[in-house]
Design a protein around this ligand. Sequence first.
Ligand code: GLA
Length: 369
Amino acid sequence: MDWTSVQKNIIIHIKAVSKLKFIIFKERFIKMQAKKELFDKYNDQDIQKFTLTNDNGVSISVISLGATWQAFNFPDKNGKTANVLLSQASSKEIMANQYFCQAIGRTAGRITNGTFSIKGTEYHVDQNEGNTTLHGGPHGFNTQVWNGSIEDNKIVLEKHIDSSEDSFPGNIDVKITWTLDDDNTATVTYSAKSDADTLFNPTQHAYFNLSDANNVYGQSLTIDADNYLELNKDKTPSGKMISVAGSAYDFRSGQNIKNGIDDMKASVGHTYDEVYVINDHKAENPIATLSDPDSGRQVSIFSNRNALVVFTPDDLDGVKFERGAGVPHMGIATEAQTLPDTPNHKGFGDIVLPAGEEKSYSISYKAEF
Ligand code: GLA
């Protein structure tokens, strides 16, 4: 072969490789799907459902009512795909049994007496659990119908909430964005801007069950927390942090959930509804990991804030989930956030959203199987 033929062959080869790379790239690009469809109607309003599906067939769905995380579908070790969230099938049910997998804000958890101060000014907000303001009060993020769209393979939900509507200071513009990566990580980002100083401590109230069983007994949980919060009778924080060492609260090296619940009942008389104080950690390390040895499914949770609420409800009677009628411990709620009742306790953190500033918080859920 003469020199010119060698050169020609090399060029043909390079062109072929580039073409192949382009086809592979195109394939990957085409495979990532974003879909918008009508979910149902609520109070005469169209409720939309948005779905992202990645190259591995993993998908997330979010609906515009309450910015509810409706599905996290991924396979088990045998390739059988299932939704690992406790989802309800209609808007009516979602609103009848609130908080399941919904967006929570402006403030996750309980505010004592619905009262707090920002820069010396005292505010009283609407209460919805005795004297307490739970999960942003009666008109929190989970009760809103969000304006949704798909932008660049992201689910974007936006809402302007007037101070007069939810009683918190400041008119607030909130944006909730969901993404799904090819490494099977779903990320929700909450961003907000207000025209007056206000509070912003959002979370996603996901309830997981990684198995096909109707309880989470076979699953185990690891939490990067040396301490949890002491709670008053009404579940508001006393301000005291307690070491988990040597107790049913200790999930540092992983604990089977059934053993934990049994231990809790025997030692403190109730199931988990606890606020864990997350240790200082590197961003690349999860704050918690839920795993199911039977199905081989696992979800790791990433957050750079200092708290994780863990709730294993005893009573789910009368709630109809897509996976079946509610039974005790059918799912486990994990809520990554800043420690609740923040302004009322020294050392809990800072959830003030100063006027005119934008703040963003992300929570990621990495699926493994
Ligand atoms: C959190 C709280 C629980 C309960 C749920 C909502 O997990 O800690 O007490 O209010 O939200 O059902």
